[in-house]
Design a protein around this ligand. Structure first.
Ligand SMILES: N[C@@H](CCC(=O)N[C@@H](CS)C(=O)NCC(=O)O)C(=O)O
Length: 228
C-alpha cells in the first residue's frame, strides 16, 4: 500500500501545497498509484510516523519518507526506471536547482498567494497558519502580501527559465522529468489557488500549460479554488 499525506483546504479536494504537487507529478512519472491522505495544517497525528510535522509524506510499504526532494531520491533508488533526478552529479544539480528556485520564485509567489492560501484553508487552521507564518515572515499576513509587487518580482525571477524554455518544451528536454516537477509544483500551487501570475503566452506560461495538460490527461481535472 502506498499513501501520500498531503495538504488540503477547507474543501478536502482542494490540494494546493507546491511540495505535494511535486510528489504527485513524480509519482505519475514513475507510473505509481497511491492513496491520497489529505490533511489540514493542524492534522499532525497522521504524520507522527515520519518523525516530523510537514507534508508531503510518502508511506510506501514499510518505508516512510518526507520532504519532496528526499522523496524524489527515494523514488529513483527504489524504482530506477524513468529517473526523476538521475544519480551522482545529476542528483546534486537538481538539489541546487531546487534551492535556487526556492529562494528566487517562492518568495514572489508567496506575496501573490498568501491571501489566497488564508482564504481557502479550513477554519480550524486559520489561527495556526496566521501565527506560524507571521512569526516566520516577521510581518502580519496583510503587511507581507503584495500581489502586484510579487508578480513583478516573479517575472524577473522567471527570466532564465523563459530563455531556457524558448529552446525546448520542458526544463529537462523533450519530455518532463524531475526539474519540471520541482519547479512546476510551485506553478500548480498558484493555479490551484485560482491564479496564474505569469504571462500565459510566455514560454514559461506555455510550458506550465503543457505540464498541466500532461497531468490532467492522465489523472483527470485538478480542483481549483474559485476566488476571483
Ligand atoms: N522542504 C519541504 C517543505 C515542506 C513544507 O513546507 N510543507 C508545508 C506545506 S506546503 C507544511 O507541511 N507545513 C506544515 C505546517 O506549517 O505546520 C519539502 O520540500 O517537502
Amino acid at each position: 500500500m502506498r499513501e501520500l499525506f498531503e495538504l488540503r483546504g477547507a474543501d478536502p479536494q482542494l490540494l494546493f501545497s507546491p511540495y505535494c504537487w511535486r510528489v504527485r507529478l513524480a509519482l505519475l512519472h514513475k507510473g505509481l498509484e497511491f492513496e491520497s491522505r489529505p490533511l489540514r495544517f493542524t492534522d499532525k497525528q497522521p504524520l507522527a510516523c515520519s518523525g516530523q510535522q510537514q507534508v508531503p509524506v510518502l508511506r510506501d510499504g514499510d518505508s516512510v519518507v518526507h520532504d519532496s526532494v528526499a522523496i524524489f531520491r527515494y523514488l529513483d533508488r527504489t524504482y530506477p526506471d524513468k529517473p526523476l533526478l538521475g544519480a551522482g552529479l545529476a542528483e546534486s544539480r537538481a538539489a541546487l536547482l531546487e534551492r535556487v528556485i526556492f529562494h528566487a520564485v517562492r518568495m514572489p509567489l508567496l506575496k501573490v498567494l498568501l491571501p489566497r492560501v488564508f482564504a481557502v484553508i479550513d477554519a480550524a487552521d486559520k489561527d495556526y497558519f496566521r501565527s506560524t507564518r507571521e512569526k516566520a515572515l516577521g510581518a502580519t499576513l496583510e503587511a507581507f502580501a503584495d500581489p502586484e509587487a510579487g508578480a513583478v518580482q516573479l517575472k524577473q525571477a522567471l527570466a532564465p527559465l523563459e530563455a531556457w524554455l524558448a529552446e525546448q518544451p520542458y526544463l529537462d528536454g523533450e519530455a518532463p522529468a524531475g526539474s519540471d516537477y520541482l519547479v512546476g509544483g510551485l506553478f500548480f500551487w498558484a493555479w490551484c489557488l485560482g491564479t496564474q501570475p505569469w504571462a500565459t503566452d510566455s514560454a514559461v506560461g506555455v510550458w506550465f500549460q503543457r505540464l498541466l495538460n500532461h497531468y490532467q490527461t492522465a489523472c483527470g481535472p485538478v480542483k481549483r479554488a474559485a476566488l476571483d
